[in-house]
Design a protein around this ligand. Structure first.
Ligand SMILES: Cc1cc2nc3c(=O)[nH]c(=O)nc-3n(C[C@H](O)[C@H](O)[C@H](O)COP(=O)(O)OP(=O)(O)OC[C@H]3O[C@@H](n4cnc5c(N)ncnc54)[C@H](O)[C@@H]3O)c2cc1C
Length: 458
C-alpha cells in the first residue's frame, strides 16, 4: 500500500486524467495545487504580473469546482501559495508520501520543477510525469520528440498517416481517502489578490466562461448538439463578434478542465449521428495544432522563450497594450483582450503581426502581455504561436499581415471596431471606420513610430 500525492497544475479535471487512475488503489491520496507566488509579482518593465486578474479568477473558479468533485468522491484539495517545489517537498516529508504523480507539462519551468523535486526527494519516492490532456501521448507519436518536424504541415502529415486517438477515460467513481492530519482547503481569492476577486468581464464579450469540468462539458454539448454550430465551424471560425463562431473551449482546455480527447470523442460522436464534414474535421485539425505546439515546446525546452531577459518596453508597445495605436482593428482587439481575457484567433494573429512588423516591437513582450491577459494562457500555444507569427525559431517564414486588408476582409462594415470603440459607431458602416487616426503624442512619453504600412491619416 502506498501514500500518493497528486500534484495538479494545468490538469484540473477528474475525467480522462491519468493522475487519478490507479492500477491498485493507494492507501491515501493527497491532491495539491500550488500557485507559484512569483506569478503574482510584476514583471520588470511590463508593470504587470504573469497571471492577471482575469486568469487568476478563472483559475480559482476551476479549483473550487474541482474541490467539489473531489469531495463527492471521498477526497479533497489543498491549495498552497509559494514555491511549488518547496511546498510539495514539505508535504511529501510531512505525510510520508511514497509516490508523486504529476503531468508532464510542456513548459520548461514546469518540467524543471518536476526534475528539481525528483532530485530533492527522489531517493525516498517514485515520481513519473504522466502525459495527459493532449490527443496523443509521447508513446503514440509517430516520431521521437527530438524529431518533431519544424513545420506543422510535416507533423500533421506524419500523424494522420497512422491516426488513432485513444478514447478518453471516464472520471473515477470514488477516490482513496485523505491522509490523516493532512491540511485541506485554500485561501480566499480576495486574500490572494483583491483585484482578481473584483474582476468582472465586460459584457460586450458576449460570452461568460464559468469554471470547472461541468461547465466545460456543457459548452462542448452546446457547441455540438444544442446549437449545431460545429457544422459550420470551417466557415465561421474567423469571426470576431458573437459566442458561436468558434468553440471557445480554449480556457477550459488550457486549465485542463477538459482534455483534447474528450473533445475528439464528442466530435466523432456528433459525426456518427450527423455525418462528418469539413467543419467537424477542422475542429480536430485545430486540436492537432495544439498538440503540435505542445510537442514542439517539449522539444525546444528553454529556447521556446527566446532570450530570457525581456527588453524595455517602447512607447509603441505600451500603446499596443492599451489599444491606442491609432489603428482601429488592432485597438479594438487589444481592448477586447483586456476587457474579457479572450480574443479570437484572427484578432490574435493580426495584433501579434502588427506589434512585431509595424511597431517593431519585441515578440517576447507581446507574448508576456498575452500571458498576463489571457484566460486560456497555455505556455506551448502562446509562446509557440508568437514565435510562429514573428517568424523566429523553428519555422522562420515571413508571416506579415496587412492589417488594413485583413480588417477590410474580416470586418467589412466595421462592426467589430465599432463594438469595442463606440466613438467609431458614429461613422457610417464601412471602411471609414478602419481609417487609422493619429495618436496624440502627449499620451505617451514619445510619439509613436510612423506606421510605414499606411498612408498618412491626415
Ligand atoms: C499570438 C497567438 C497567441 C496564442 N495564445 C494561445 C494561448 O495562450 N492558449 C491557447 O489555447 N491558444 C492560443 N492561441 C491559439 C488560438 O488563437 C486559440 O486557441 C483560439 O483562438 C481559442 O479559441 P477557440 O477555443 O474558440 O478555438 P477554436 O477555433 O474553436 O479551436 C478549437 C481548439 O483548438 C486549439 N487551437 C486552435 N487554434 C490553435 C492554434 N493556433 N494553436 C494552438 N491551439 C489552437 C485550441 O485549444 C482551441 O480551443 C494563440 C494564437 C496566437 C496567434
Amino acid at each position: 500500500m502506498s501514500r500518493v500525492l497528486v500534484w495538479l497544475r494545468s490538469d484540473l479535471r477528474l475525467a480522462d486524467n491519468p493522475l487519478f487512475h490507479f492500477p491498485t488503489p493507494p492507501e491515501s491520496l493527497l491532491c495539491v495545487f500550488v500557485l507559484d507566488d512569483t506569478w503574482l509579482d510584476s514583471l520588470p518593465g511590463l508593470d504587470a504580473p504573469r497571471i492577471g486578474p482575469a486568469r487568476l479568477q478563472f483559475l480559482w473558479k476551476n479549483l473550487i469546482e474541482l474541490r467539489g468533485e473531489l469531495l463527492k468522491r471521498g477526497s479533497d484539495l489543498l491549495v498552497r501559495i509559494g514555491n511549488p517545489v518547496e511546498a510539495i517537498a514539505e508535504l511529501v516529508e510531512a505525510h510520508a508520501i511514497d509516490a508523486v504523480r504529476v503531468r508532464a507539462d510542456a513548459g520548461w519551468e514546469e518540467s524543471q520543477a518536476s526534475v528539481t523535486l525528483a532530485e530533492r526527494i527522489g531517493g525516498q519516492l517514485s515520481m513519473a510525469p504522466h502525459d495527459s490532456g493532449m490527443l496523443l501521448d509521447e508513446a503514440s507519436l509517430p516520431m521521437a520528440v527530438e524529431d518533431i518536424p519544424a513545420s506543422f504541415s510535416a507533423f500533421r502529415r506524419k500523424v494522420e498517416r497512422r491516426w488513432e486517438v485513444p478514447a478518453a477515460a471516464p472520471a473515477p467513481v470514488t477516490l482513496p481517502g485523505w491522509p490523516a492530519n493532512a491540511p485541506r482547503g485554500f485561501p480566499s481569492l480576495g486574500k490572494v489578490c483583491a483585484r482578481a476577486a473584483a474582476w468582472a468581464p465586460d459584457a460586450r464579450g458576449g460570452f461568460a466562461f464559468s469554471g470547472g469540468e461541468a461547465a466545460a462539458r456543457a459548452r462542448l454539448d452546446h457547441y455540438l448538439w444544442e446549437s449545431g454550430a460545429v457544422a459550420r465551424y470551417k466557415q465561421t471560425r474567423n469571426g470576431l463578434v458573437g459566442a458561436n463562431f468558434s468553440t471557445r473551449l480554449s480556457p477550459w482546455l488550457a486549465h485542463g478542465c477538459l482534455s483534447a480527447r474528450q473533445v475528439h470523442d464528442a466530435v466523432r460522436a456528433w459525426e456518427a449521428s450527423h455525418g462528418a464534414n469539413e467543419s467537424s474535421y477542422w475542429v480536430i485539425f485545430e486540436l492537432l495544432w495544439r498538440d503540435y505546439f505542445h510537442w514542439a515546446a517539449r522539444q525546444e525546452g528553454a529556447s521556446l522563450y527566446g532570450e530570457r531577459q525581456l527588453p524595455a518596453p517602447s512607447p509603441g508597445f505600451r500603446a499596443w497594450c492599451e489599444g491606442c495605436t491609432g489603428v482601429p482593428f488592432v485597438d479594438a482587439a487589444m481592448r477586447e483582450l483586456s476587457a474579457t481575457g479572450w480574443l479570437s484567433n484572427r484578432a490574435r494573429q493580426n495584433v501579434a503581426s502588427f506589434l512585431v512588423n509595424e511597431l517593431d516591437g519585441d515578440w517576447r513582450l507581446g507574448a508576456a502581455w498575452f500571458e498576463h491577459c489571457l484566460l486560456d494562457y497555455d505556455v506551448a500555444s502562446n509562446w509557440g504561436n508568437w514565435r510562429y507569427v514573428a517568424g523566429v525559431g523553428r519555422d522562420t517564414r515571413d508571416r506579415r499581415f496587412n492589417v488594413l486588408k485583413q480588417a477590410a476582409h474580416y470586418d467589412p462594415a466595421g462592426d467589430y471596431v465599432a463594438h469595442w470603440q463606440p466613438e467609431l459607431a458614429e461613422l457610417p458602416p464601412g471602411q471609414a471606420r478602419h481609417q487609422p487616426w493619429r495618436v496624440s503624442p502627449s499620451r505617451f512619453a514619445a510619439p509613436l513610430a510612423p506606421l510605414s504600412l499606411f498612408a498618412d491619416p491626415d
